[in-house]
Design a protein around this ligand. Sequence first.
Ligand code: B1M
Length: 239
Amino acid sequence: MLPRRRARVGRTGGAEKKRATRMPDYTVMNQLLYEGKAPEVQAMTQQAIDDGITPQEVLSRGLIAGMSVVGEDFKHNRLYVPEVLIAARAMKAAMTVLKPLLSASSDDSDRRCTIIMGTVKGDLHDIGKNLVCMMAEGAGFTIVDIGVDQSAHAFIQAVNEHNAKIVGMSALLTTTMPYMQTVIEALESDEMSHIKICIGGAPVSQMFADEIGADGYAGDASSAVDLFKSFDDQFAMSS
Ligand code: B1M
C-alpha cells in the first residue's frame, strides 16, 4: 500500500505560488490509482489537463508511477489479481482523457505507414500496448490494434488486410515472450520478411530482440515511436 501523505501545501509567492496551486498532487493521484478509484483518477487527469499540464507529464508522474507501485505490490503478494484489475481499470479511465491529446496528429500530410499492433497469444496485458498505439497515432501512423491474445495467423491476416509495413508486438509475461519468435517465423515463411517487426514489453530486451530476429526493440512508448519513424523514413527513402 502506498503511504498516505498529507497534501503538499504551497508556501511560495508570486508565479511559483500560481504554479504550485496548478500542479496536481501526484502522490494523491498515485494513491487513487492504486486504490482503483477510476472516477477520481479520471477527474484529476482532466483537471491537470485543464490546468495546462502536459499529457506526457500526467501520464508518467500520475499514472505510470502509480502503476509501477501496483506492479511491485503485486509481485510481493501485497495485491492480488482483482485489485490489480481494478487499478488497471482506473488507469484506462484516465487514458480516455489523454488519448485524444496523445493521438492528435498535427498535420494530415505527416501521415505515415500502417502498423499492426497486438499483444501475443496467451497474454492479456494491454495497457502498455495501448499507450504505444496512442502515441504512434499522434505521430501520424495509422494503427490497426488487433488486441490481446493474438496468434501468428491473426498478425499475418491483419498485415495482408491493411497492407501494413510494420508489426509491433507486446508481451508482459516471460511465458508469452517466446511466442514473438513464432510470429516472426510465421511472417518469414509467409514471404513477409520485408515487414519490419518491433517488439516491446517489460520482460523484453534488445538482446532478446536480436536473438529472435526482430528488427527493433523499444523500452517505452516514445522510443517505440522513434523506432517506427526510423523504419518509415527508410521506406520513404527506398521508394
Ligand atoms: Co500481470 N503480471 N499478470 N496483470 N501485471 C505483470 C506483467 C508482472 C510483472 C507482475 C509481477 O509479478 N510483478 C507478472 C509477470 C511475471 C513474469 O512473467 N515474469 C504478471 C503476472 C504473473 C500476471 C498473471 C500470470 C497473474 C495471475 O493470474 N496469477 C496474469 C496473466 C494473465 C495473462 O496475461 N494471461 C496477470 C494478469 C494481470 C491483470 C489482468 C490483472 C492486469 C492486466 C490488465 C491489462 O493490461 N488490461 C495485470 C497488470 C496490470 C500487471 C502489472 C501490474 C502492470 C502492467 C502495466 O500495465 N504496466 C505488471 C507489473 C509491471 O509491469 N510492473 C504485471 C504499465 C504499462 C504502461 O507498462 O506494459 O511495461 P508496460 O508498457 C510499457 C513498455 O513495456 C513499452 O511501452 C509501454 C509504455 O511505456 N511497451 C512496448 C509495451 N508494449 C510494447 C510494444 C512495443 C513497444 C513498446 O511494440 C513495438
